[in-house]
Write a protein that binds this ligand. Structure first.
Ligand SMILES: NC(=O)C1=CN([C@@H]2O[C@H](COP(=O)(O)OP(=O)(O)OC[C@H]3O[C@@H](n4cnc5c(N)ncnc54)[C@H](OP(=O)(O)O)[C@@H]3O)[C@@H](O)[C@H]2O)C=CC1
Ligand SMILES: Nc1nc(=O)c2c([nH]1)NC[C@@H]1CN(c3ccc(C(=O)N[C@@H](CCC(=O)O)C(=O)O)cc3)C=[N+]21
Length: 305
């Protein structure tokens, strides 16, 4: 038996098609167009790639995109003033400040300056608190995408044991909140966990979000587990030969030993083509959500999570 490979690209494609239809029905009904502002600081090549694909997906869905690129020398005061301008811009319904930010900028100050009802990343203190206390909130895009994949694979999640490896504010921690809300028994591993394998072995659901290639070994998995690999790690791929600069070519891998896990898991997400595309689709979903709230409309039922 080999595990089912969960096709995140295909699922994201389906979700994006529904979002696109919804956005065009808003326009036909004269309700206006949702808008998403993406702010990038500095010139980290990976961030530039992600921002470009977010903007492309936004435009393909018929959502208006506003892209702002600052030098990495921008002052915190200038960045905060810019966020404030986006907060009051009626054409902007969602705001995303790409992370990481340069070290001289207080990331939390910037995130918490975003109007909570435009915080489509769900990172603002108010949305974090709302999620933790079971009140309506924006849900961070990556955990939301993981939850959608899990629900589609497994249906009801009640009573399942879920182990999350990693507990950052952007992935692991909100993922734990969401799975708790979905009535899972949640185990969380982090860098100081003594025996992460022992926690993973108990899990019906494994969410790997540590950013360590190959961390999750196949013999850590309970046979039949559903494995969601969030990790995105660029590693050398000598088998692909040399790049123009003479260094080995590289490839993307997750946190799970994918090839070996196929023989143990029931279902698993690949990297690339798993969680990443769902993250982007969920960003569009949150933007439509923000638009509906700001326009005083209910979110269309076809987009309910
Ligand atoms: N597919 C997607 O859409 C996205 C993918 N990612 C990817 O997911 C991964 C995680 O991202 P992010 O949460 O931002 O990363 P962070 O570096 O912020 O957090 C990593 C977490 O993993 C924990 N950790 C690190 N090493 C180990 C270990 N050996 N054993 C157990 N836990 C460990 C850390 O523990 P501690 O808290 O103790 O330091 C921390 O909680 C990265 O590869 C990132 O690129 C991120 C966002 C979106
Ligand atoms: N404010 C903020 N919000 C974020 O949501 C956020 C962020 N900052 N900073 C960085 C991380 C990372 N992230 C990804 C999104 C999509 C893919 C994605 O689409 N990945 C493709 C492959 C991409 C490639 O080929 O490089 C895939 O997995 O198939 C990956 C990673 C969002 N993040």
């Amino acid at each position: 038996m080999t595990a089912r490979i969960i096709d995140g690209r295909e699922r994201a494609h389906r979700l994006r098609a529904k979002i696109k239809d919804t956005v065009s029905s808003f326009k036909q009904d004269g309700l206006g167009t949702p808008g998403l502002a993406v702010v990038l600081v500095g010139s980290d090549p990976a961030s530039e790639v992600y921002v470009r694909s977010k903007l492309r997906a936004t435009e393909e869905a018929g959502i208006q995109s506003f892209s702002h690129h600052f030098e990495d020398t921008v002052t915190q005061a200038d960045l905060l003033a810019f966020v404030e301008r986006l907060n009051t811009d009626p054409a902007v319904h969602g705001i995303l400040v790409q992370l990481p930010l340069p070290a001289h900028i207080d990331k939390l100050a910037v995130i918490n300056a975003i109007a909570p009802d435009k915080d489509v990343d769900g990172f603002h203190l108010e949305n974090v608190g709302r999620l933790a206390t079971g009140q309506p909130s924006f849900i961070p895009c990556t955990p939301l995408g993981c939850l959608m994949l899990l629900r589609e694979e497994l249906g009801d999640l009640r009573g399942r044991v879920a182990t999350i490896v990693g507990c950052s504010n952007i992935v692991g921690h909100p993922m734990a909140e969401l799975l708790l809300k979905n009535e899972c028994t949640v185990l969380i591993a982090h860098e100081y966990t003594r025996d992460t394998g022992a926690l993973v072995r108990q899990a019906d659901i494994v969410v790997a979000a540590a950013g360590v290639p190959g961390l999750i070994k196949a013999d850590w998995l309970k046979p039949g587990a559903c494995v969601i690999d969030v990790g995105i790690n660029r590693v050398a791929a000598p088998e692909k030969g040399l790049a123009d600069d003479g260094a080995p070519k590289t490839k993307l891998v997750g946190d799970v030993d994918f090839a070996a896990a196929l023989a143990v898991a029931d279902a698993i997400t690949p990297v690339p083509g798993g969680v990443g595309p769902m993250t982007i689709a969920c960003l569009l979903l949150n933007t439509v959500d923000a638009f509906c709230t700001q326009a005083g409309r209910a979110k269309p039922a076809c987009l309910a999570a």
